[in-house]
Design a binder for this molecule. Structure first.
Ligand SMILES: *Cc1c(COP(=O)(O)O)cnc(C)c1O
Length: 386
C-alpha cells in the first residue's frame, strides 16, 4: 500500500512526495511539460490545464513536493527567490508595516526599500537576536514579521517559535526566508510560521544550475491569494527549471548531511588557526544563540563566516585569491565549495561605516562549504590563509 505523504519521514518525502509515474508512458521521472497551452475537447472541457502561466504539470509536481517537505499544504513556485519575495509583499497594502531582521539578504533589503517603500509600505529593520525585544517595535500597522535565520553573513540565530507567538498576538503574518537552513535543517511551519520561502537556487536546487523561488503555506485562503498573485503577476518558473529543482531535492538529505559534517570540521579548523580571529557558526556551544539553534534546527549547516587577525581588505584578498577548491563567487548551497567577501561583493553597496557598525569587518570571509572530501577543503584553506 502506498504510504500517506504525511506519514513519510523526510528522506522518503524528498524522493516520493508529489511525484507519480507519468500516466501516459509510465516514465518514473516527471516529464518536462514544455508547452504553453492545452487542447480542449469542447469549450471549457479540459483536463484541468488551460494555459501554462496558470497551470503546468511539472510545476504542479514540484509545488506538491515542496508543500510536503516543509510540512505545509500548498507550494507556490516562482522564477526566482526574489519573485517569491515580491509576491509575499504584494499581500500587503499601502500603510501596512513590516518588521524585518536587520541582517537581511541584500536583494531583500533592496526590494523592500527601493521598490515597496516608495509604494507606501513601511519597513523597520531591527536586531532580533533577543526575541524579547521585538515586540516593542510593533505598531498597530504591523502586518508582517520577516525573518531570516541563520542570517547572512553573520549566522545569527532568531527564535522562530518566540516570533510566531508575537506575530499571532498582533495578528501579523510571520514570514521566514528558510534558504540558508533548507527544509532538512528546519521546518518553520512546525514552529508556527505562516509563510516559508526559499531561493531554491541554493540548497534545494543544490547544483548551481538553476534560479528558482518557492513559497510554502498551510492556510487555504493565503494559498489562494498567492496563486492569484503567481498567475496575475506572471513571474512563473519554466518547466525545465521546475524539473531541475525536483531532481535537486531528491538528494537534499544526503547533501545536507555532508554539508553539516564538512561545515563542523572546517569551523573547528578555522577556530584553531593562529591567523583567524572570529569564526561565526551556530554549532559552537558559545555561539550567543546556540541553544535556540539546537532547539529549532536538526544540524548547523555548511555556512561559515570568519575574520582574520590582520583585519584588512588586503589580507582578505590574499586568502580569496589563493584558494583553488573554494571558488570565488556569489551564491551558496551547491555541491561545490564557494568563498566570498561580503565587504566587496554582496554588501558592497552599504557604506563602510555602516557595514563595520553591523559587524561586517573588512576581513570578513564567507564560506559555503560544499560536499567535497573535507581533508582537501581544509588543506586548500590552510594554504590560502598561509
Ligand atoms: C539568493 C537569496 C535570495 C534571492 O533568491 P534568487 O533566487 O537569487 O532570486 C533570497 N534570500 C536569500 C537568503 C538568498 O540567499
Amino acid at each position: 500500500m502506498v504510504k500517506n505523504q504525511s506519514d513519510m519521514k523526510l528522506g522518503t518525502k524528498l524522493i516520493h512526495a508529489g511525484v507519480s509515474p507519468d500516466p501516459s508512458t509510465g516514465a518514473i521521472m516527471t516529464p518536462i511539460f514544455q508547452t504553453s497551452t492545452y487542447v480542449q475537447a469542447a469549450p471549457g472541457d479540459h483536463k484541468g490545464y488551460e494555459y501554462a502561466r496558470t497551470q503546468n504539470p511539472t510545476r504542479d509536481a514540484l509545488q506538491n513536493a515542496l508543500a510536503a517537505i516543509e510540512n505545509g499544504t500548498h507550494g507556490i513556485c516562482f522564477g526566482s527567490g526574489m519573485a517569491a519575495i515580491d509576491a509575499i509583499v504584494k499581500l500587503l497594502k499601502p500603510g501596512d508595516e513590516v518588521v524585518a531582521t536587520n541582517d537581511l539578504y541584500g536583494g531583500t533589503y533592496r526590494i523592500f526599500t527601493k521598490v515597496f517603500q516608495p509604494l507606501g509600505i513601511h519597513f523597520r529593520f531591527i536586531d532580533m537576536s533577543d526575541a524579547a525585544t521585538i515586540e516593542q517595535h510593533l505598531t498597530s500597522q504591523t502586518r508582517m514579521i520577516w525573518i531570516e535565520t541563520p542570517t547572512n553573513p553573520l549566522l545569527k540565530i532568531i527564535d522562530i517559535a518566540a516570533c510566531a507567538k508575537i506575530a499571532a498576538k498582533h495578528k501579523a503574518l510571520l514570514a521566514i526566508d528558510n534558504t540558508f537552513a533548507s527544509p532538512y535543517l528546519q521546518n518553520p511551519i512546525d514552529l508556527g510560521a505562516d509563510i516559508v520561502l526559499h531561493s531554491a537556487t541554493k540548497y534545494l536546487g543544490g547544483h548551481s544550475d538553476v534560479v528558482h523561488g518557492a513559497i510554502i503555506v498551510k492556510d487555504e485562503a493565503l494559498a489562494q491569494q498567492l496563486y492569484f498573485l503567481q498567475n496575475s503577476c506572471g513571474a512563473v518558473p519554466g518547466p525545465q527549471d521546475c524539473f531541475l529543482v525536483l531532481r535537486g531535492i531528491k538528494t537534499l538529505h544526503v547533501r545536507m548531511q555532508r554539508h553539516c559534517e564538512n561545515g563542523a570540521a572546517i569551523a573547528h579548523f578555522l577556530r584553531n588557526h593562529p591567523k583567524v580571529d572570529k569564526v561565526y557558526w551556530p554549532g559552537f556551544t558559545d555561539h550567543p544563540n546556540h541553544k535556540i539553534a539546537a532547539k529549532q534546527m536538526r544540524g548547523f549547516g555548511g555556512m561559515i563566516s570568519f575574520t582574520l587577525k590582520n583585519d584588512s581588505m588586503e589580507a582578505a584578498n590574499q586568502v580569496l585569491s589563493n584558494t583553488h577548491l573554494f571558488s570565488l563567487a556569489e551564491s551558496l548551497g551547491g555541491v561545490e565549495s564557494l568563498i566570498g567577501h561580503p565587504a566587496s561583493m554582496t554588501h558592497a553597496s552599504i557604506p563602510r561605516e555602516e557595514r563595520i557598525k553591523n559587524g561586517l569587518a573588512d576581513s570578513l570571509i564567507r564560506l559555503s562549504v560544499g560536499i567535497e572530501d573535507v581533508d582537501d577543503l581544509i588543506e586548500d584553506l590552510n594554504k590560502a590563509i598561509g
